[in-house]
Design a protein around this ligand. Structure first.
Ligand SMILES: [Zn+2]
Length: 127
């Protein structure tokens, strides 16, 4: 569940709001619970996407979701690499996808490639 932290510009109250989805946040007008003002500054607390040397393997699933939501293919690729890059059991497709992301290919392209290959790739036997 996305959490957003705000500070009211009127009374300086700090508060957090929770939304069920990111789109719910997009359509909502956050309001100060203390004075009712809607003039708020958003505090960035949870996800600092560009922090170098980030250890994705210790990230919570919520943080991983934030990286995915960012649509930054290189960040997502790094996350894939760190989480499963050393695990051959995840299969060639996982590592292929990781490589494409690290190459900077767009999330949309990589995703549609994946969907295509899932439709067409039937298990084949080399006999
Ligand atoms: Zn206020």
């Amino acid at each position: 569940m996305p959490q957003y932290d705000f500070r009211c510009k009127n009374c300086k109250t700090k508060f957090a709001l929770f939304y069920k989805t990111y789109s719910a946040y997009d359509s909502a007008t956050p309001q100060c619970p203390n004075c009712g003002h809607t003039d708020l500054s958003r505090l960035i607390t949870s996800v600092a996407i560009n922090k170098p040397g980030r250890d994705y393997s210790k990230m919570s699933s919520n943080e991983m979701l934030s990286v995915l939501e960012s649509g930054d293919s290189r960040q997502v690729g790094e996350m894939f690499e760190q989480v499963g890059g050393g695990d051959p059991a995840l299969g060639a497709q996982y590592h292929d996808t990781t490589k494409k992301l690290l190459d900077g290919q767009s999330m949309n392209k990589v995703e549609s490639d994946l969907q295509k290959s899932q439709k067409t790739n039937k298990p084949t036997k080399n006999s």
